[in-house]
Write a protein that binds this ligand. Structure first.
Ligand code: ZN
Length: 309
């Protein structure tokens, strides 16, 4: 279930992006299509691709293309190509360093291939003229800004305007912070929407760790079968984590119109209302962290429930 900004133009479909990636690879006659080649010849921006698929590698996999370079292809990449890519990211993030995780998110090359060449991430950063990660000044990440946008949106019970940010103390960060990062308040909202609507790991975030293959004859499984401890058996059967990620939380709030489904209270009508997301079947009783099992409740109705999740 996607939502849109007021008067927001139609959302780009995953299929359109994937078919453009495929046709670009075909027209260039390559098995491996790098993001930098795609940027030169393809139709869509790297941000759009990340918004939809999380990473370029993931997009390649979905398009059915090879997602890693061969050792021969790797050798052909020059140090300067790596440095240029890294500096572009540090400029984009307004930071004098780039973490490994950030590189994986925004980089044009595989971070693993860089590791193979430089052995230490900090050595790579220093070689490119940036600060080692340990010495970096803390800058606000995009995710922290998205988190804050969601917080404000939930507290207001409606789409926040730039006036809300200027005239109230509702935002931790100034309007300028959003402007510097995204180019404007409207653009910040658009980036947020793209992020929330992206299909990448939306509902089953974090579930991989908790999932156990039933037919796996590993020692872990034997331990699970022989152990009478309820917690262990119970983790084995769980599919989703208790934690509700930002995207899912926002989709539930949006589906319920930022209104308590029990009493109809909404922050849009009365500013002292606080909204919570509640597991209908409590997580501790086997309820999953999915859209159908989540609802919006005000603090009063939530704490009135016998099983707080
Ligand atoms: Zn209520």
């Amino acid at each position: 279930m996607n939502f849109e900004l007021n008067e927001y133009k139609n959302e780009l479909a995953d299929d359109e992006i994937i078919s453009d990636i495929k046709s670009t690879a075909t027209s260039l006659n390559v098995e491996y299509l790098s993001i930098s080649l795609y940027r030169q010849h393809g139709k869509y921006s790297q941000t759009a691709i990340q918004g939809h698929f999380g990473t370029w590698t993931n997009a390649l996999k979905i398009a059915g293309l090879r997602s890693v370079r061969t050792p021969q292809e790797l050798k052909r990449i020059r140090d300067e190509d790596y440095f240029k890519d890294l500096l572009k990211i540090s400029t984009h993030l307004l930071k004098d360093t780039v973490t490994f995780e950030e590189y994986k998110m925004y980089g044009s090359f595989s971070a693993e291939s860089i590791f193979k060449r430089y052995k230490k991430w900090d050595d790579f950063l220093v070689a490119a003229g940036l600060q080692p990660t340990g010495l970096a000044r803390h800058k606000i990440t995009e995710l922290e800004l998205f988190d804050e946008i969601e917080c404000i949106w939930t507290r207001l019970g409606r789409q926040p305007t730039s006036t809300d940010i200027i005239n109230s103390n509702i935002s931790k960060y100034s309007l300028d912070t959003y402007k510097r990062r995204f180019g404007g308040w409207r653009k910040a909202l658009e980036a947020f929407v793209l992020y929330v609507n992206s299909n990448f790991d939306s509902e089953f975030n974090n579930n991989i760790v908790l999932e156990t293959k039933i037919d796996d004859k590993s020692d872990t499984n034997k331990i699970l079968q022989n152990n009478n401890n309820n917690d262990v058996l119970f983790i084995k059967n769980k599919k989703t984590s208790r934690n509700i990620n930002l995207r899912l939380r926002f989709k539930v709030l949006n589906r319920d119109n930022f209104t308590c489904v029990m009493c109809g209270a909404s922050p849009a009508k009365s500013s002292n209302i606080e909204l919570h997301i509640d597991h209908i079947v409590p997580w501790s009783k086997g309820g999953e962290t999915v859209m159908d099992n989540l609802q919006t409740l005000c603090a009063n109705c939530n704490f009135g429930k016998s099983n707080i999740t």
